[in-house]
Write a new protein. Structure first.
Length: 642
């Protein structure tokens, strides 16, 4: 099924009095690529929030204060409206978000050709019912920061994206339904013990069910806190970088040190890989190991191992009627020959011994490993020197920036501390390390799950439903194995196709995805530059959208961020091929070598929205000419619309 966004409308929302954005041409055909440039304060971020809120249904749960925050600026209005028209294959759905500023209430309604009028809530085609969760929607409506989370080791974004785009989460729903069926069977059956004992068991089981649910909520809240703190930290660091740039010489020195640090880290990673390769050969670890291995090879030679005569010879001989000496072989002789054959090696074992002896003879020690460790030590010392230089530079920039820089630095450090604390708490909840004494059945999901299952077995025994429990466990095991195998196969193919795209996008460095385990892990690298990170994430997302059965639009805020020009060009080539529709809210700085690469494409439109000079409203301009001239006049504008 294919989903496209046909248009969005605003009425009385912040600075927008009445605005309509269409993503179709005059014939009603969906325009493949739309670039929207919104000047500061005209509602770019507001649009993203409203789109997510409508499609995932969370807008109806907004607190009164959040609803009222969308009220018009500079004019009086008690209500506001935002609607989005969506097409699923050939059917149109229109979703309305009504904002009651007086009461602080948001209401979502839907209209379709089948419905005729408006119905409360969100309605979707049958195949898509229950799919549009907040987790799913944010996979195709997101910003550049969201994209980079696929590479964040503290995030499980890559894994979750695969799960939701390929609907593997539906297997979890089946597992939950399977659990409910067991509970219903147990409720219908009699008990071997007293009702009181069964009631006691169920009370204890429900306790651990409540503990599990509370821990899951805490984990989700912690992840959200970490995400918010990381976003705020990124914003503060960007403000600090902007402040630092005022002091050109110090700022240039900082960038030089950062480049040297990145180069140093790459060298350290390469050296560690070389050391790991060398230590796989024990004779290179020390001269004594080499000598003893050579002595073993020498001993094997003296003993003439492996023997020329093999076990196979005697086994074959036992099947013969006569021996090589000419005597007949009876049952007694056959038995003795077979018993004696066990003293000899088979031909397969002889081959192994030959390879082993040859390898042992070649076990010559050299100082390559020692030299590698010395080089690693020098690189680490260089890294420490670079960090000292960076710290000194940071102190000078801090002093130059004055009170504002000190305040930003303090806020960044506090956010960093909050992130560390939250990550520590999340680790306690989600860890499966049984050796960790901090973990209990009340603070750890894994241990709470074990207790829950223990009571599940006890209840099955009390209600004579062991067979039902066994069937439930068989179904659950099958589903978990299906999910595990499907995920593994998907990852394998996604990694292959992502790496193919990366070769086209990043040509100035060897970047290769090694695995996807919660996040995207690179081969031989712990991290990548910001531009590379975006390039990797788009190749990954492009592969997912390309192969998914469901086709969705790609709505993104600030798609290229700080990418260099070459990578922007490569991303501009990839996006049209992997997304059926792209709606990009761009900054003026992203036009050059990215948005302007689409100027000659007939399937692309360009919209520019600026504040109206006459009244408290906005104006919209269509076409390349205004779009291009505006970006040239506002090249340094960061476009941080509210």
């Amino acid at each position: 099924m294919k989903m496209s966004i046909l248009g969005i409308e605003y009425k009385n929302i912040r600075k927008i009095a009445d605005l309509k954005l269409l993503f179709t041409d005059s014939a009603g055909k969906v325009i493949k690529n739309t670039f929207i440039m919104m000047a500061n304060g005209t509602g770019k971020t507001t649009t993203m929030v409203l789109l997510k809120g409508v499609l995932d249904g969370k807008a109806s749960e907004w607190e009164a204060e959040e609803v009222k925050s969308f009220a018009p600026i500079g004019r009086k209005a008690d209500t506001g409206e935002f609607n989005v028209t969506v097409q699923f294959d050939d059917k149109q759905y229109k979703y309305f978000l009504y904002l009651d500023y007086w009461r602080g209430v948001a209401t979502i309604k839907t209209t379709t050709i089948e419905i005729g009028g408006q119905e409360r809530g969100r309605h979707f085609p049958n195949p898509l019912k229950d799919i549009f969760t907040s987790e799913f929607v944010r996979r195709f409506i997101f910003d550049g920061e969201q994209v980079k989370k696929s590479m964040d080791s503290n995030s499980n974004e890559a894994e979750e994206t695969i799960k939701y785009l390929y609907c593997l989460d539906k297997l979890d729903n089946i597992i939950a339904d399977n659990q409910k069926i067991l509970a219903e069977i147990q409720d219908a059956e009699g008990t071997t013990g007293s009702n009181g004992s069964l009631s006691n068991l169920r009370t204890r089981q429900r306790r651990f069910l409540d503990i599990k649910r509370n821990l899951e909520k805490k984990a989700e809240k912690l992840r959200k806190n970490i995400e918010e703190c990381q976003k705020e930290q990124t914003d503060k660091m960007a403000q600090r970088d902007t402040l630092d740039r005022k002091y050109k010489e110090l700022s240039e020195t900082k960038q030089e040190i950062l480049k040297e640090q990145q180069h140093n880290e790459d060298q350290i990673n390469a050296q560690i890989l070389e050391i790991l390769r060398l230590v796989k050969s024990p004779y290179l670890i020390c001269a004594e190991f080499s000598e003893r291995m050579y002595e073993l090879a020498d001993g094997m030679t003296k003993l003439k191992l492996p023997k020329n005569i093999s076990k196979d010879f005697f086994v074959e001989l036992a099947d013969s009627k006569t021996c090589v000496c000419g005597r007949e072989i009876g049952e007694k002789e056959r038995k003795i020959i077979l018993e004696g054959a066990n003293r000899y090696l088979g031909s397969d074992k002889q081959a192994i011994l030959n390879v082993l002896k040859s390898s042992l003879k070649g076990s010559l020690y050299d100082e390559g490993l020692l030299k590698s460790f010395d080089e690693l030590k020098e690189l680490c010392e260089e890294g420490n020197r670079l960090q000292t230089r960076l710290n000194n530079n940071a102190e000078k920039l801090l002093a130059a920036g004055g009170e504002e820089a000190f305040q930003l630095n303090e806020e960044i450090n506090k956010l960093r501390e909050k992130i560390v604390v939250a990550e520590s708490k999340l680790e306690i909840i989600e860890s499966k390390d049984e050796s960790n004494e901090e973990l209990t059945d009340t603070n750890n999901l894994y241990k709470a799950e074990l207790e829950y299952k223990d009571y599940e077995e006890k209840i099955a025994a009390a209600t004579k439903t062991q067979e039902a429990l066994y069937k439930k466990m068989v179904v659950e095991t099958l589903l978990l194995n299906i999910r595990k195998k499907a995920t593994a196969e998907l990852k394998k193919e996604i990694i292959r196709k992502t790496n193919e795209k990366l070769q086209k996008v990043i040509t100035d460095d060897l970047i290769e995805v090694e695995s996807i385990d919660r996040y995207i892990k690179l081969k031989g690298k712990d991290a990548a530059s910001e531009g590379q990170t975006l390039g990797i994430a788009y190749c990954f997302l492009g592969t997912l959208f390309e192969d998914a059965d469901l086709e969705f639009p790609f709505v993104i805020d600030s798609p290229t961020g700080k990418m260099d020009f070459d990578k922007r060009k490569a991303v501009a080539d990839i996006i049209p091929e992997v997304f059926n529709q792209m709606i990009a809210f761009v900054q003026s700085a992203e036009v050059e070598h990215f948005a302007n690469k689409f100027y000659d494409r007939p399937d692309t439109q360009f919209l520019t929205i600026i504040a109206s000079p006459k009244e408290n409203d906005v104006e919209i301009y269509e076409g390349i000419e205004f779009f291009d001239s505006y970006q040239r006049d506002n090249k340094g504008d960061g476009q941080n619309a509210f």
